[in-house]
Design a binder for this molecule. Sequence first.
Ligand code: DHB
Length: 446
Amino acid sequence: MSLVFDNTKYEIKSLAHNGIHMIYRAFTHIPYAENPIAPDWQCLSIYVPEAYYEEGASINGYTLTTAPIFFPNAVGGYKPGKECEPEIWEDGRANSIFHALAHGYVVVSAGLRGRGMQDKAGKYIGCAPAVICDLKAVVRYLRFNKERIAGNVERIISNGTSAGGAISSLLGSTGNHPDYEPYLKAMGAADAKDHIFAASCYCPITNLDHADMAYEWEFAKCGTKTPERESISKELQAMFPAYVNGLGLKDELGNALTLNTDGTGTFADYVKKQVIMTCELELNKGTDLSSYDWITIADGKIAGIDFTKYIFYRTRMKEAPAFDNIKMGTPENELFGNADIFYRHFTEFGLKHSEVSGELAEEMQVKMMNPMNYIDDTDATKAQYFRIRHGAIDRDTSLAIPVMLATKLRNQGIETDLALPWGVPHAGDYDLDELFAWVDKVCAEP
Ligand code: DHB
């Protein structure tokens, strides 16, 4: 099978929304690897504003060859991600592909393997690291075809939400790393590099092998859902400081961000500061915050917050352990399965406390799903820009997760825009105007 892109095979389509009549060229369902494991899934679509094909045309200053390539993934819950197209949803809103085209971006959407997929023989074919290898194969395909496809392959901006945000951060952190090479070779990915320019990550459910302890560091004070899990919660909570301290994180002034054994410390203060910044922004918008008992306002300013009360306001969502369940059953247990085993543990803690005699995933499989392992690895080409958003009422993972990720990136000199937007639950793509403004800004930097 050839991986040479055929730019003569396309359909011209159109979609109207809110007074915008979008006409675009759709190159669809193109295999992005020579030896796909799930041939129906491992295909991509490229959408290009039709206006670009007129002589001298530009949109927002971009042209057919300079337009950034927006690469949203549709992965949720670590399940397979669908190849999507511009779409108006039932609630009347248009998806990010529509908006990105209207803004002048070229858009690439790819089918990606995920948990639960089986081949004809019943083998599981979507476990880690399938999804990140698929994303990389897509990037390689685009770069391999840079002379033939629309847009600037050196301006690929990945975007995703939740598990999709996690893999967006992973794609941005692991460019060209040799760990993934055997998988990419086996699937017949194009011979090209797989780093990207920028990564947009909404509520990334990442750093999975440390997410249980982070969750208890934050939510243990709310108690567990069942009394049997109290001791598990306490044990995990007690493990988190050593992990944070081992990261060697620093704030903007170079001060060490650490935790004491009781979970207090400069890292805790730093997370709290991010929430205070959220409250300040909201107050400055004119919102009345006087009914929130965890916020203290004095002289029209945020004087402080009570972080414990804020956690009680947010409330625990997941039982301990939140990710590597000692009874199995989470999306993550499934992600770390293998061809024959549906669920596995992926932490020593989960294995030790397993109530179902679960097996442990290989160290390498777990390593390859965590961007934290690659940010300071010089063999990985990092994206130059990250944008991370985690809603201030999102409880799917601890706030410590995006804060650690952003801080580690910044400590490596990577420009990272982090915010915890007020009132936002576990969600993504809710601020596309701001996202696109950020994309335009970083693309304009020399
Ligand atoms: C997603 C949400 C979760 O709580 C989780 O553990 C994994 C994935 C998601 O929405 O993608």
